[in-house]
Write a protein that binds this ligand. Structure first.
Ligand SMILES: Nc1ncnc2c1ncn2[C@@H]1O[C@H](COP(=O)(O)OP(=O)(O)OP(=O)(O)O)[C@@H](O)[C@H]1O
Ligand SMILES: [Mg+2]
Length: 237
């Protein structure tokens, strides 16, 4: 079996008195695409924020390549290969597409940056056509593409995606899920957070279901898709 890249044990996160994440454990192995699904307010974004050093954890441990990363800062984690595309995308709206992609490579000093920009353009031809357009003037779907492209520029070992399909039109949702599959096929390990459970599980190797700050079920993505409880709660059946 492949090595464990990311291991989360008994993670707890609270906002003041509100316990948003109540002791969850999960892992992501090298080369896997793992989906974390769950309803509004289940604690998915909070989990990703704790993983990327944006929200302090109140208990538990997180390890990347077997080494604890508790308390590491966000930039340090990007350098170590843990990179998030946040909910709401967070592109630099006053910069062009090309400049946004260059910013994504800020942790790097190597000579392959231009080649990687071409790789991102190959994944997202739309971005290439618009390389000199200001990010803030792009559509929601284009901004999602840019946010994913920018994250890829740091050559992530694990790419964390928070609701990449949120608010997008159906055709754009198809496109985004296709590209996630491509990124995974090209060897990047992915942790995908989604409310679109059926699409997220269809792409995934394994999945975890989060409910009120806890993991209520987990397993092979196909098994979860077939599980009557998951179907009733998250697939509208
Ligand atoms: N900054 C904050 N301050 C206080 N409570 C918060 C804060 N952020 C989130 N919460 C609460 O923590 C819980 C989990 O929120 P979280 O954003 O992690 O859920 P989620 O699973 O990502 O939901 P969604 O699918 O709607 O994005 C919710 O009850 C939410 O109201
Ligand atoms: Mg969220």
């Amino acid at each position: 079996m492949a090595d464990i890249l990311l291991k989360v044990e008994d993670l707890q996160v609270a906002y003041g008195g509100i316990r948003a994440v109540k002791g969850i454990s999960f892992e992501v192995r090298e080369g896997e695409l793992v989906s974390l699904i769950g309803a509004n307010g289940a604690g998915k974004t909070t989990t990703l924020k704790a993983l990327t050093g944006l929200q302090p954890m109140s208990a538990g441990s997180i390890a990347l390549f077997g080494r604890t990363i508790n308390g590491c800062g966000t930039w340090d984690l990007v350098r170590q290969g843990l990179v998030m595309v946040p909910e709401g995308r967070g592109t630099f709206t006053r910069m062009t597409i090309h400049e946004n992609l260059q910013m994504g490579a800020f942790t790097r000093r190597d000579a392959a940056i231009a080649a990687d920009i071409e790789r991102v353009f190959a994944l997202f031809p739309r971005l290439k056509e618009r390389r000199d357009q200001l990010a803030g003037t792009m559509s929601g779907g284009e901004q999602q593409m840019l946010a994913m492209g920018r994250a890829l520029m740091s050559r992530p070992k694990v790419l964390l995606l928070d609701e990449p399909s949120m608010g997008l039109a159906p055709l754009m949702v198809d496109k985004i899920f296709e590209v996630i599959a491509d990124i995974h096929r090209q060897g990047t390990t992915v942790l995908l957070v989604e409310q679109n459970a059926s699409r997220a599980l269809a792409l995934a190797d394994r999945g975890y279901v989060m409910e009120s700050g806890e993991i209520s079920s987990s397993g092979d993505a196909q098994d979860l898709l077939a599980d009557p409880r998951v179907r009733a709660a998250y697939l509208g059946e």
